[in-house]
Design a protein around this ligand. Sequence first.
Ligand code: PXP
Length: 249
Amino acid sequence: MRLGVNVDHVATIREARGGLEPDPVTAAHIAELAGAETIVCHLREDRRHINDRDVRLLRETIKTRLDLEMAATEEIIAIALDIIPDLVTLVPERRKELTTEAGLDIIGNRKSLQTTISRFHKKDIAVSLFLDPVEEYIRLARDIDADFIEIHTGEFANARTFEEAEEHLAGIRTAAELARSLDLGVNAGHGLNYSNIKPIIEIPQIEEVSIGHAIVSRAIFTGFERAVREMTELLHRFSLRDNETVTED
Ligand code: PXP
């Protein structure tokens, strides 16, 4: 399983003072040195953290892959078509939200999403759809020609009891299996951290996790490189090969 490091919240700290530091581009380079295989950033319509300069510099300077999270609005689509990320992850966006709160409304936006996906495909840009783990949504993602889904793990991460977490995990497992069987790539993210990541890593169909807040939070105390390395170590320790099964410690 690969680690995608989301550097949005490095930019959040920069924007708290409106200056130049800390620079999310520097964070991305350090993350790569520490084992990140993808750099993720979300260019929001309100530019609350990542800005146009960040995306351009990330594209020009990172040596791994760039996953651009974005809402499917005309302005951001035009920027993405110009920058050419390795992967575009389409997410819903609401101005007042603190962070992305749910997966895409793929049923309501089916036609426009399909058109957006085909525009990206014309430039050979792969597209991932951020979805809640619901069978109908995953089948629709296949129908409208998405390449990947990113399973929204926020509900699992926010679960208050073990039983609730297990219930969400079961849904995530089923969604990951279905997506793979339909030949979709499978990523996962939102709310993942050092304590809750293990059962997600153990789902063999998930190729990549996208993690931001937990890594930036830990980095404040340990440094960015160590925070990323500790997460990559967990990924290596708990990743299962396809034919392995989970055994209790
Ligand atoms: N995946 C998506 C689609 C997101 O919107 C976010 C938040 O920017 C993340 C992953 C990372 O979430 P977190 O910051 O909670 O790790």
